[in-house]
Ligand binder design. Structure first.
Ligand code: CP
Length: 304
């Protein structure tokens, strides 16, 4: 694996190898892993053309735990704001001996463009591009599900909310089906469900009460208002009434169902605080697992 641009099309063996490698990086009570030398002498550039809290920070922590030198380009203070093109920016950073670019961009395909033009020794990891893909979020979601549920082949997983604009949903669906989850459900209003879900093997529900019945995992998504230019948006109250996860709706899932959310959460819009902070939520554990998963990805693509 030279780059990680998407999970779509990656075979099960590679996904499993990434999850197994991540497991070896998770600190355990009796195994305190602080730093490993796998990327010693390598330069990792974090290029976030879109805002981020979790992904940017956990990539930085992960790269430092792999002993890499890490550089966070402040895009707003960079010459991109003077009109310098994406590829000119990349060429200049490559001239500073970059080994790995972690790229988030509002335009779908931007990390692919960089990977096509980068020097052969340079690696690119997609940290989220437009509506297209968020492969490391997909992988950390799979890590979280495997951690709590063990066997993918016995699960019902529901993804709820704004699936149309969600790169996380797309990456999760590809990863879940590749890893053998027999029933993936998409739940949301028709206006926020993309076409083609059934062809991807997904069961579609517009009634959340129906869709949540007997599921093992509930993945909640945020309304991506920033990607809905000109669309008719439901009010927050209306959306919450039909698609907000409350304790009452969660009771329709299996009693041991886990609740996930990639963040950032809109409390009171797609999820009630009593659920987000409740005992079935594993939302902050997802963030912690993200460090190990990003260590695994970077060590596999750029390690010796
Ligand atoms: N899950 C996720 O991508 O969060 P950030 O936008 O904070 O990185």
């Amino acid at each position: 694996l030279t780059h990680l641009l998407t999970v779509e099309g990656l075979p099960r063996a590679i996904l499993t190898h990434i999850l197994d490698t991540a497991e070896s990086f998770v600190p355990l009570a009796d195994r305190d892993i602080k730093k490993v030398p796998l990327l010693r002498g390598k330069s990792v550039f974090n290029l976030f053309f879109e805002n981020s809290t979790r992904t940017r920070t956990t990539f930085e922590i992960a790269a430092k735990r792999l002993s890499a030198d890490v550089y966070n380009l402040n895009i707003n203070a960079s010459s991109a704001s003077k009109g310098e093109s994406l590829l000119d920016t990349i060429n200049n950073l490559s001239a500073m001996q970059a080994d790995l670019f972690v790229v988030r961009h509002a335009s779908s395909g931007a990390p692919h463009l960089i990977a096509q033009h980068a020097a052969p020794h340079v690696h690119v990891v997609n940290a989220g591009d437009g509506r297209h893909a968020h492969p490391t979020q997909g992988l950390l979601d799979m890590y979280t599900i495997r951690h709590y549920k063990k066997d993918f082949t016995k699960l019902r997983v529901a993804i709820v909310g704004d699936i149309l604009h969600s790169r996380v949903a797309r990456s999760d669906i590809h990863a879940l089906t590749t890893l053998g989850v027999p029933e993936v459900r998409a739940i949301g209003p028709l206006t926020l469900l993309p076409s083609g879900l059934e062809q991807m093997g997904v069961r579609v529900f517009t009634d959340m009460n129906e869709g949540l019945k007997d599921v093992d995992v509930v993945i909640m998504l945020r309304l991506q208002n920033e990607r809905m230019r000109g669309a008719l948006l439901p009010s927050a109250q209306e959306y919450f009434k039909h698609y907000g996860l409350t304790q009452e709706k969660l009771a329709l899932a299996k009693p041991d169902a886990i609740v996930m959310h990639p963040g950032p959460m809109n409390r009171g819009v797609e999820i009630d605080s009593s659920v987000a902070d409740g005992k079935q939520a594993v939302i902050l554990n997802q963030v912690t697992f993200g460090i190990a998963v990003r260590m695994a990805v970077m060590s596999i693509v750029a390690g010796a």
